[in-house]
Design a protein around this ligand. Sequence first.
Ligand SMILES: Cc1cc2nc3c(=O)[nH]c(=O)nc-3n(C[C@H](O)[C@H](O)[C@H](O)COP(=O)(O)OP(=O)(O)OC[C@H]3O[C@@H](n4cnc5c(N)ncnc54)[C@H](O)[C@@H]3O)c2cc1C
Ligand SMILES: *[C@@H]1O[C@H](CO)[C@@H](O)[C@H](O)[C@H]1NC(C)=O
Length: 511
Amino acid sequence: MVARTSIVVVGGGLAGMSAAIEALRQTSHVAGVTVALLEKEGRTGGNSGKASSGINGVLTRTQKEKGIHDSVEAFVQDTLKSGHGRSNETLVGKLARDSTQAVSWLQDDFKLDLDVLARLGGHSFPRTHRRPDLDGKPQPVGWGIVSTLGRHLGELAALEDARFKLFTGARVIKLLPATHGGVAGVVYETVDADSKIIRQHSIHSDVVVLATGGFGGEGNRPRYLKKYAPHLMGLPATNGAFATGDGLGLAAALGAELVDMDQVQVHPTGFVKSSDPGNPTKFLAAEALRGEGGILLNGVGHRFVNELDTRDHVTDAMNKFCSAPNTRARHSDSVEEIPKEPLTAAFLVLSQAAADNFGQGALGFYEKMGLMSRAGSLEELATALRVDLVVLRKTLEDHDGARDNGTHDEYGKSVFPQRALNPLDKPQMNYYWGIVTPSIHYTMGGIRFDDMTRVLRAADGAPIPGLLAAGEVTGGLHGANRLGGNSLLECVVYGREAGRQAAILATSTSY
Ligand SMILES: Cc1cc2nc3c(=O)[nH]c(=O)nc-3n(C[C@H](O)[C@H](O)[C@H](O)COP(=O)(O)OP(=O)(O)OC[C@H]3O[C@@H](n4cnc5c(N)ncnc54)[C@H](O)[C@@H]3O)c2cc1C
Ligand SMILES: *[C@@H]1O[C@H](CO)[C@@H](O)[C@H](O)[C@H]1NC(C)=O
């Protein structure tokens, strides 16, 4: 058991892994600097491993290859606009400036094929990078990234004179205070698998990096949600059950400030599984489904929103136009049945062209999971959705008409990635559809930190010595609404920054 290490990273998602890897790289020439990563689950990955839409970056190799003339400034403006004036401009500026490097770090250092670009809601250019299908099989982007970085860390831990140790099943329950008001290490507990005895351990360290993620997975034990956003209690969520905001309490106990805690992102499209509509955990319908041309319909077959608007706007529109009782998507077979399904639900529909762009592999995965179905014709689609065929055809034709006119439609949509209606002379083409409902997805608020990832004290705004934070556990970067693709990016940009800062602190104290 290590009782002492230079740097402790808490949380094994993308932010924690990026911090650990960068800290190790920066200190490779310094004898005696060691890093430990503590993860409470049996495996690393966190919510990062669930990400399906991708990671943002401007001026990347991929953008250049595709001739997209994006800029740091445009990215900053999109992010600030999405945050409704609540985001810290310094933090946003660094996110955008470092995005080129962040994507190339993954592409070049880890050979990740992030070569597919989508334009997600609220973005003025295609800048969200994900992986292509491989031999017809989907390569989910979040899982691809965390498993590759996890393999790398595993190799480092296996080295004979390893400077790195990974502990899984290790839940950090307390930060050890230092005499000078900073942090001196962590207390964590493990559970013996056979005897179920809980054991406590301490590690003393110079630096602690908090990377424990958000609190969107509190489920039926809402603590932060109950305190800060009670109006959202009862909504389903896309998060893993480990996302309970542990780092917030750990940091607050040392005097850290928490900001924007009431800012919780509700993603408009959590899949409602027809066979299990009441399940509080929803599988996310990737934003790229809309980014590649998927459209949203209410229960009578009308569109009601610009599908590429920001998440908060799409969710608001769904609550307004797709709620019980009149326009609810009818996904219960019996009208007498007591509806256990969510009160707000819409149909997500893709033409064959949109489906091809999204990737048949990933789409096939949703079909296998019972989350999406296919219809062989417009008639079949109308029957499946139980909407009027004439209404449905007109909806799709209107969408495509606006696309052909090259202007914007009545919902303000001006970018139409694909046609909604399959060509009538191609009878072998399908429609793909699913039911979606607003679901708690991401917590914008969290620990107040600065662009050097230092955790700031509530009392005076000063950094707490030795305490750093990165990823979803932090607040202030996304303001009131996070743009799709900005979270994986924040994990890499601020995770690596935390690793650099940790290396500096650990190196200076070891002399
Ligand atoms: C379904 C889904 C899809 C998403 N898609 C995208 C996308 O396409 N693009 C994008 O940018 N963002 C996406 N996001 C958001 C993004 O994935 C997350 O916000 C981000 O990855 C969070 O990373 P993190 O490292 O901060 O936290 P996580 O990846 O959640 O990792 C935190 C880790 O800390 C561990 N932990 C927590 N408490 C403790 C403790 N006390 N002791 C030890 N360990 C602890 C957890 O078990 C977890 O493994 C998506 C989120 C979800 C849920
Ligand atoms: C934004 O963050 C920077 C440091 O990262 C800090 O100096 C500044 O005060 C913050 N601005 C606001 C408005 O909080």
